[in-house]
Design a protein around this ligand. Structure first.
Ligand SMILES: [Zn+2]
Length: 401
């Protein structure tokens, strides 16, 4: 049941979005991405940031010295782990872990938080990564609870991966906390690389308070409450005394500060170019691109391969914001100079919003919902300024050109 507080929280994700859709003049990103900012010339924040990365404004030599100092501070040299690297076995995190260990002599413990449904290629890549020389820990939450939380987040929030996203962030930090490891190295600052809170540009890592505010203050608890009221916990036979919070919450942030645990982004110290990570991880960690070819909804075949429900997440982003997977991929590749804006526009027009037929069946089965229920839920998240109905069919109003 969509109660008033739930409706309010459903709407918070659209709060502040401009009603007039604009596309960046340099890349293909639109102004509908949450927290993104455009300047007066119609250029998006990540494009402006890329300019600064390429110019001398960001001095990577200086930042590399800062990195060496940071690593010297934490390096243990006695066989103990000196840092945690969250690692899915994907190209980006594998590259970060490999460079930390084999270029800088650190001894990382790599931690993966399990996606809702592993793909075959995802498990292969994770195994290849571990076999390239890493200690590794896989954190898998209670499958029954995980499934229900994913389902509730889909129903009430149109984002079934909210629990996964939380786990990916919190599980490695919890490992650091529990094992007294003082350094956690995440890959990239997505807020500035892909669009979000640009005030974080000069931060080497996310301050704990900001992390809690941006990623952990969402309606998750409200969603759980609604799920309880609507009888889902009973239906799934989940005892409310069971812990369903720990895998999806941060340790107490005052305790994190007291223990002096530090969170850093690799992308602060090194220029972040996903395509370079692909080449590096292929060479050093036996990373494999998707053998089935491109991922649904985009032209790329090497990003985010581990989760079989991921294509649905991108499809839901397309429904909510008119931004699909091809837009996200093309925007970054245009900024990095790998493709032209013209090529990007063509790829977005061709692939963005492609319905993920292959993943759909897996998704319905995992969520335990019918196709009819799926569309009823999805249609709740269409915004009027993004979609119009013509001859009984939904059509997107604006596409990049
Ligand atoms: Zn742009």
């Amino acid at each position: 049941m969509i109660t008033k507080p739930i409706r309010k929280h459903m709407e918070t994700q659209f709060k502040g979005l401009p009603k007039k859709v604009l596309f960046c003049k340099k890349c293909v990103m639109s102004n509908q991405r949450p927290r993104i900012k455009f300047n007066k010339d119609g250029i998006c924040g990540p494009c402006l940031y890329t300019e600064r990365k390429k110019s001398k404004v960001i001095d990577y030599n200086k930042r590399n010295k800062m990195l060496l100092k940071l690593l010297d501070k934490h390096r243990k040299n006695n066989g103990d782990y000196d840092c945690i690297v969250p690692c899915s076995g994907g190209k980006d995190s594998s590259t970060v872990a490999h460079k930390l260990k084999y270029k800088y002599g650190m001894n990382p413990l790599c931690v993966t938080f399990s996606p809702p449904v592993y793909t075959h290629i995802g498990t292969e890549n994770l195994r290849n990564f571990i076999e390239s020389g890493f200690d590794h820990k896989l954190i898998t939450p209670n499958g029954k609870i995980y499934k229900l939380l994913n389902k509730l987040c889909f129903i009430y929030f149109g984002d079934h991966e909210e629990p996964f996203d939380r786990g990916v962030l919190s599980a490695p930090i919890r490992e650091a906390f529990n094992n007294n490891i003082k350094l956690v190295f995440y890959a990239e600052n997505g807020e500035v690389e892909y669009g979000g809170d640009s005030t974080l540009e000069n931060f080497p890592g996310m301050p704990w308070d900001r992390m809690e505010k941006i990623y952990f203050s969402s309606p998750f608890e409200k969603i759980i409450e609604a799920g309880k009221k609507d009888g889902y916990f009973k239906k799934y036979n989940i005892d409310l005394k069971q812990s369903y919070k720990i895998p999806f919450t941060l340790p107490n942030i005052n305790e994190l500060k007291k223990k002096k645990i530090e969170f850093h982004w690799w992308s602060f110290y090194n220029k972040w170019v996903p395509q370079n990570n692909f080449y590096y991880a292929t060479e050093h960690c036996n990373f494999q691109a998707n053998p089935e070819g491109r991922m649904e909804g985009t032209y790329s075949r090497y990003a985010q391969l581990d989760d079989a429900t991921d294509s649905l997440l991108y499809y839901l982003m397309y429904i909510k914001y008119g931004i699909g997977r091809a837009t996200s991929d093309a925007a970054h590749e245009i900024r990095d100079g790998h493709i032209s804006r013209e090529e990007g526009v063509r790829l977005v027009q061709k692939y963005d919003g492609e319905f993920p037929e292959k993943s759909f069946k897996i998704f319905l089965e995992y969520m335990d919902i019918t196709e009819k229920e799926f569309w009823l839920i999805v249609d709740r998240f269409r915004q009027q300024h993004i979609w119009k109905k013509q001859n009984g069919k939904w059509q997107i109003r604006e596409q990049v050109s």
